[in-house]
Design a protein around this ligand. Structure first.
Ligand code: CUA
Length: 136
């Protein structure tokens, strides 16, 4: 009985340690390229906002594609707006990424705007979303 109790105690301690290590060593999501490109997954596109540009400034997707913009700021607060797809999200200072999900449901070229005042060049801070028509 004493042996059993000791064994249980060790197991609980070991499990606790494993849990802590597991959380600390949590891998970034979507490491598997095959999974990322599977049709069920949105197309992830990282964008960096800074005074006064989006990088990349031109984003190309395909009609009908599920898109996930992962936007971070290299300096202060910005916003990312694409009116056509009712996208408008604040991008905080400090580099914390925000995700923006939408479906590129109509082909065309749409302006990407900064929706938070960020200084003298705010109005010039634009990009372009190009939605290519799906081949029929
Ligand atoms: Cu960036 Cu306004």
């Amino acid at each position: 009985m004493i042996v059993r109790l000791t064994f249980l105690g060790d197991s609980v301690a070991a499990a606790g340690t494993a849990l802590l290590l597991g959380v600390a060593a949590l891998p970034p999501v979507q490491q598997d390229p095959a999974a990322a490109s599977a049709p069920a997954q949105p197309r992830e596109i990282p964008i960096v906002a800074s005074r006064f540009a989006f990088e990349p400034a031109r984003v190309e997707v395909t009609e009908g594609e599920r898109v996930r913009l992962v936007v971070s700021s290299a300096d202060g607060v910005h916003g990312l707006e694409i009116k056509k797809f009712r996208v408008n999200k604040k991008v905080p200072r400090g580099g914390e990424p925000v995700t923006i999900d939408f479906v590129a449901s109509a082909p065309g070229e749409y302006p990407i705007l900064c929706s938070e005042y960020c200084g003298n060049g705010h109005a010039d801070m634009t990009g372009t979303l190009v939605v290519a028509a799906k081949g029929r």
